[in-house]
Design a protein around this ligand. Structure first.
Ligand SMILES: Nc1nc2c(ncn2[C@@H]2O[C@H](COP(=O)(O)OP(=O)(O)OP(=O)(O)O)[C@@H](O)[C@H]2O)c(=O)[nH]1
Length: 442
């Protein structure tokens, strides 16, 4: 092209250079679509779309994506202006690499009656990002409004409810009138969230960015559910603004989760045959009590119980009957001791009872009573009456004992002594049994 003015020629050079290097596709075209000039990036975007790679006419090249582009241009009657702005063109059925554009954006400007300028760019990634953002937004929206076991609200600096999502009614049973401007202590059973405790929790959340607590919560009708409460400041943590701005509170009903955790705990800590605590649960509890005793001594005793001649019961009535006797013994021990006492099966026909707060006399008295009870009754198993007895050894914590094993060994030595002296009796540990390794009599 020959230009009259040399300065203009330089500008034209610069413009051409710019068009070639531009990071978007640029095309100059006539009103009938004929391409006057195209930069390499635009050619790269258009070639896979155009039939036979023909890049002489933009309308033809984009016919599959915007069939009415010629029509839009023809209908644009103003002398110049934007014919279409960032129109998204989904590209389908393009074979080839995974990187092939899937979404193009087209902007078409009418420069004058003779010329138009089109800008074409690959916006695949941008659109994907927007979709991901929209999905995130939808997810948060679902969380905020849709899930049945969550409710979300904002609190002011004093912990009073300011706004809430609709599920507050579903989770807590409270309606708008009963929550607005009320302290969030309203969601806790009476007396369990004092103003001081609430202030502590708010301060904790402001300081560390969040505060989580789990426990009983209360519905509007007074019924309880197991809930977890997550409190977080609306502002960045550890600033004065955090405390001034207020908080978000998410309450979640986790009753189901708690039930399954409880069921799991029961299955791990219970004896499968008798349902009482198992060996592991016993040692956990006993270890705790002994540690507590070492810090602050108070009575703590232990009774070790062993069914007498149990082998004979199995041999005479069968293993299943033996099992029934073990269940009977476990139930008898549970009934004889207090709720706080831990009744556990150590294995086989051997049981143990941990008695916090009971001294040696008290523990021995309870053991004697249960021993008499067992001996006085028969167990009915499939029509047969089975009589059995137990032997028990009793020991108590005292200075010089600093672990569970020693306590158990003392009770064990006393129990062996009971077997040795005729069974169906209770023996308390004393120093005469120190170091005793009494073999069980045949
Ligand atoms: N039915 C049943 N029997 C069990 C179970 N665990 C252990 N046993 C039996 O309990 C019996 C224990 O026998 P021994 O240790 O000889 O003691 P014992 O016969 O009770 O005699 P003493 O303890 O000396 O009075 C064995 O025959 C075991 O097979 C169980 O879970 N169910």
């Amino acid at each position: 092209m020959q230009l009259a003015h040399p300065g203009l020629e330089e500008e034209f050079e610069a413009l051409t250079q710019f068009l070639y290097m531009a990071p978007i596709g640029l095309v100059q075209l006539r009103p009938d679509g004929e391409i006057l000039m195209i930069n390499p990036l635009c050619a790269q975007l258009l070639i896979p779309l155009s039939p036979r790679g023909d890049l002489s006419n933009l309308f033809t090249a984009l016919a599959d994506l915007v069939p009415d582009l010629a029509h839009q241009v023809a209908n644009f009657t103003a002398r110049d202006g934007v014919v279409c702005d960032a129109m998204q063109l989904p590209v389908r059925g393009l074979a080839g690499s995974r990187d092939a554009p899937r979404m193009l954006s087209l902007t078409l400007l009418k420069l004058d009656d003779e010329r138009l300028m089109a800008m074409l760019s690959d916006v695949t990634q941008q659109v994907q990002r927007e979709q991901a953002l929209r999905q995130n937004h939808a997810w948060i929206h679902t969380l905020a409004t849709g899930l049945t076991d969550y409710t979300l609200m904002t609190l002011d600096a004093q912990g009073r409810v300011q706004s809430w999502n609709p599920s507050v009614k579903r989770v807590t049973g409270h309606g708008r009138a009963s929550v607005v401007n009320q302290s969030c202590a309203l969601f806790y059973p009476e007396g369990t969230m004092s103003p001081e405790r609430l202030a502590d929790r708010l301060a904790d959340a402001s300081r560390s960015g969040w505060s989580l607590d789990e426990g009983w919560r209360q519905h509007a009708d007074g019924s309880r559910y197991w809930g977890s409460c997550l409190l977080a400041p609306l502002h960045a943590p550890d600033t004065q603004a955090a405390a001034d701005q207020g908080f978000t509170l998410i309450i979640r009903d986790v009753s189901d989760q708690r039930e399954s955790t409880e069921a799991l705990r029961r299955s791990v800590m219970s004896d499968h045959l008798t349902g009482v605590a198992n060996r592991r649960a016993f040692f956990d509890a006993a270890e705790n009590e002994v540690q507590h005793w070492l810090r602050a001594p108070r009575s703590l005793s232990l009774v070790l119980v062993d069914a007498d001649h149990f082998k004979r019961i199995n041999d005479a009535h069968g293993h299943a009957a033996g099992d029934a006797v073990l269940r009977h013994l476990a139930a008898g021990l549970k009934a004889a001791f207090r709720e706080v006492d831990v009744v556990a099966r150590l294995g086989g026909e051997e049981f143990v009872v941990l008695l916090p707060g009971a001294n040696l006399d008290a523990a021995e008295g309870l053991a004697r009573r249960v021993c008499r009870e067992i001996a006085s009754r028969a167990v009915e198993v499939e029509g047969s009456l089975i009589r059995y007895t137990i032997s028990a050894g009793v020991a108590t914590m005292e200075p010089g004992i600093d672990d569970v094993d020693t306590l158990v060994k003392r009770a064990d030595a006393a129990m062996y002594a009971a077997k040795h002296s005729g069974r169906n009796r209770v023996v308390r540990w004393d120093t005469s049994l120190r170091g005793a390794a009494v073999p069980r009599p045949a």
